[in-house]
Design a protein. Structure first.
Ligand code: HSE
Length: 299
């Protein structure tokens, strides 16, 4: 019996569409036990989205895919899934399931692949590396999947930064949120995003966080997703007026993230504003997860 602990992640961080992500100190844990045959899945902490407890469960599907790739048969398993990452909210819950499935399969099959190799397999499965690579490796990561090669660099973050997750009570599917993005963009918008992505990475690495507000602006996806996230612009404006260093849509949304400094009492300040909005917005302040996905063994 063993447990895997996989973090939530936020992708894009504004301009870094499909290439920048960060893991967060908020985890799902999955405990696995081999059983003589079959599949048993128990979901603890159920959310508003029903998680499948049969062969269509994403963690189990990932395990099956891994075993197929090495030409072996999946053993009987009991899987107890305790979810704390909100589902379909742009916080990498699918990437967390894929990371969990790969870690579990790697351990059960005794393949002993490195986290880097598993991250690459996960990025190929997901189609983009921005959630899955930080889910495995922790911290903020910039990643490029070039054909079958994964190039990534972990970006050191200023230690005083925390991240306020503003999570609404409505879901948004990544598929729907990708459909609204145009297939081509202007050179002007390309320059706008490339310059901000570079500034974002440099601001984090140098600790010059006064640039974050501009560095987190985006023209690739956020403007097109505004209609899918009611009050997104109002919340951004309010968060910045309360002193947030930067604001962005988390992954494909609908969660919004404000970058804050620990001592600024942001939660208390923004709560009255959130409470008068028509939808419920929960707020959770987290730090980045430094280690990323981990296995814990029971002896
Ligand atoms: N980068 C993706 C998007 C989400 O914004 O559609 C996470 O992979």
């Amino acid at each position: 019996m063993f447990t895997v602990k996989v973090p939530a992640t936020t992708a894009n961080m504004g301009p870094g569409f499909d290439c920048i992500g960060m893991s967060l100190d908020l985890y799902n844990t999955i405990t696995i036990e081999e059983i003589p045959q079959g599949l048993e899945i128990i979901i603890k902490n159920p959310q508003d989205i029903e998680i499948p407890t049969d062969e269509t469960n994403l963690i189990y599907q990932t395990i099956v895919q891994f075993y197929q790739s090495i030409g072996k048969t999946v053993p009987g398993i009991r899987l107890v899934q305790e979810d704390h990452i909100p589902c379909t909210r742009g916080l990498g819950s699918s990437a967390a399931c894929i990371a969990a499935g790969l870690l579990i399969a790697n351990k059960l099959a005794g393949t002993n692949y490195s986290k880097e190799k598993l991250a690459k397999l996960g990025a190929i499965m997901e189609g983009h590396p921005d959630n899955i690579v930080p889910a495995f490796l922790g911290g903020m990561v910039t990643a490029v999947l070039d054909k079958d090669e994964l190039h990534y660099i972990k970006i050191p973050l200023p230690s005083q930064l925390s991240f306020a997750l503003l999570v609404p009570d409505f879901p948004l599917s990544t598929e729907k949120a990708r459909q609204v993005i145009p297939k081509s963009l202007s050179l002007e918008d390309g320059i706008y995003n490339a310059s901000r992505t570079a500034l974002l990475v440099a601001s984090m690495m140098s600790g010059e966080i006064q640039h974050l507000q501009v560095a987190m602006e985006d023209r690739f996806h956020q403007p097109y997703r505004i209609p899918l996230v009611p009050h997104m612009e109002d919340i951004f404006e309010k968060a910045l007026s309360l002193g947030a260093k930067g604001v962005f849509l988390s992954g494909a949304g609908p969660t919004l993230i404000a970058v804050i400094e620990e001592e600024m009492n942001f939660k208390k300040k923004i709560t009255p504003f959130l409470q008068q909005l028509p939808r419920r917005w929960d707020i959770k302040i987290v730090k980045p997860s430094q280690q990323g996905a981990q296995i814990q063994e029971f002896h």
